[in-house]
Design a binder for this molecule. Structure first.
Ligand code: PMP
Length: 441
């Protein structure tokens, strides 16, 4: 691929080599570390991207998830530009769009009576830890093996690969994990055991989970699992935290909680909540729990938990978020994006069968996965944590396969998330999906 991309993308190569002198790795965003070198993009519109050398791509990265309507939809852009002309990007003071966005969310998410916007999904997860501890007066946080809830110290435990603590992140002292534990996804007995164990060590403040399964369903959950976790949280007085950073406004405008009919105590938002604009994060929950975020106002006797952010809920992000989620609802965009996901996944599955590839494609609406069988992360669901060290070679082999597949897709004009995840959007017409399938073939 090196020779191929050197010929096709010389400006990208030169720019990102120059950038590497002043930016670690040459790019600022984890999803942009493409193999064999990062590409520089200049245009994004709907379902397509264009790089600096003029090559065009079908965009299944969709910025990692925020752009359910496709990139840069004109109606949202027009509203944002109006606001920029009158108010500018930030004031640090209250703006009506904060209220409009909060009202929209509270009216639709069963687990959200109050909402506070923050700067990112990572920050929102950190806030949820704090709120859960104030609300329950308990200490421990349980998460599912391999789940990503941002890069804060206490939630980085076991990021991505269950049982392997430091695969993702050095620089976190073990003490940061004192009150964080991880249980194997789909093992409800293990969760109950951990909840019991925690009774003797400060109790469990919260169980964090993505309702579609860790890494947006890269490790899918049994259909009953969410409900079983809900029941255990209620029984043990722990808050159930749904991390809906990916799923909120993508699975539906009432989130995965609406899809499963399960009400969490706290909900984490990110990505679509600012419509692809900066400062995308938020926490929602029952009013009693959220009261501790009231700052100096209206917190009654509730204890205060401090969260902040200079840019949090700036008018631009709140307005972009509000107009985006409103347009998603009005145009039924989650359904359109989901249908595109179905068409793409079914087409990929057909190619896999036709060519007898050791791959599997599956999707949940517009969240699509294309995994290798045998070396897939998905298989980790079948491993116990103590088996993982002996299978580490397989896990790394999977990463290598996906890196090379990602480069192969890119060479055909297909941008994916690390060669194994694809987000569709409402901008993906049947023609675009069919064009993509021809390129995959
Ligand atoms: N939770 C989940 C499930 C995520 O997918 C992500 C981001 N990929 C985060 C939290 C962190 O969000 P952010 O990147 O906005 O900090």
């Amino acid at each position: 691929y090196l020779a191929y991309f050197e010929e096709k993308c010389p400006t990208s190569k030169r720019m990102t080599e120059d950038a590497a002198k002043v930016i670690p790795g040459g790019v600022q965003h984890n999803l942009a570390f493409n193999y064999p070198f990062p590409l520089a993009f200049t245009k994004a519109s709907g379902a397509h991207l264009q790089d600096v050398d003029g090559n065009t791509y079908i965009d299944f990265l969709q910025a990692g998830g925020p752009t359910v309507l496709g990139s840069n939809p004109e109606p949202v852009r027009a509203r944002v530009l109006d606001l920029l002309n009158t108010c500018g990007p930030c004031t640090g003071l209250f703006h009506e769009y904060e209220m409009k966005l909060a009202r929209f969310i509270c009216d639709r998410f069963s687990g959200v009576e109050m909402f506070r916007m923050l700067g990112s999904g990572t920050e929102a997860c950190m806030a949820a830890v704090r709120v859960a501890r104030v609300a329950t007066k308990k200490k421990n946080i349980i998460k599912l093996g391999g789940a990503y809830h941002g890069w804060s110290d206490q939630l980085s435990y076991g990021n991505r690969i269950p049982g392997i603590r430091f695969l993702e992140s050095h620089g976190i002292p073990m003490a940061c994990f004192k009150y964080t534990q991880e249980v194997f996804p789909n093992d409800i007995e293990a969760l109950e055991k951990q909840l019991k164990r925690n009774r003797l060590r400060g109790g469990t403040a919260a169980v964090f989970m993505e309702p579609m399964g860790p890494e947006s369903g890269t490790r899918p959950l049994d259909f009953d699992y969410n409900g079983q976790v809900r029941d255990l949280c209620t029984a043990y007085g722990a808050l159930l935290v749904f991390d809906e950073v990916v799923t909120a406004f993508r699975i539906g405008v009432d989130g995965a909680q609406g899809y499963f009919g399960i009400t969490p105590d706290l909900t984490i938002f990110g990505k679509v909540v600012a419509g692809g604009y900066p400062s995308a994060g938020g926490i929602g929950g029952k009013a009693d729990y959220m009261a501790c975020l009231a700052g100096g106002l209206g917190g009654k006797k509730s204890k205060k938990a401090h969260v902040g952010g200079t840019m949090a809920a700036n008018p631009l992000s709140a307005a972009a978020g509000y107009h985006t989620v409103k347009m998603i609802e009005e145009t039924n965009a989650c359904k359109t994006a989901g249908k595109a996901g179905d068409r793409l996944t079914q087409g990929l599955q057909k190619l896999i069968e036709t060519y007898g590839l050791p791959f599997v494609a599956y999707n949940q609406g517009s969240i699509c996965h294309l995994e290798t069988v045998g070396t897939m992360l998905f298989d980790i669901n079948l491993f116990r944590p103590w088996e993982i060290p002996s299978r580490i070679k397989e896990i790394h082999a999977r990463k290598d396969v996906m890196t090379h597949m990602g480069a192969a897709y890119m060479a055909e004009g297909l941008v994916t998330l690390a060669g194994s995840r694809l987000y569709t959007s409402a901008a993906d017409t049947d023609e675009i999906i069919d064009d993509a399938l021809a390129r995959f073939e």
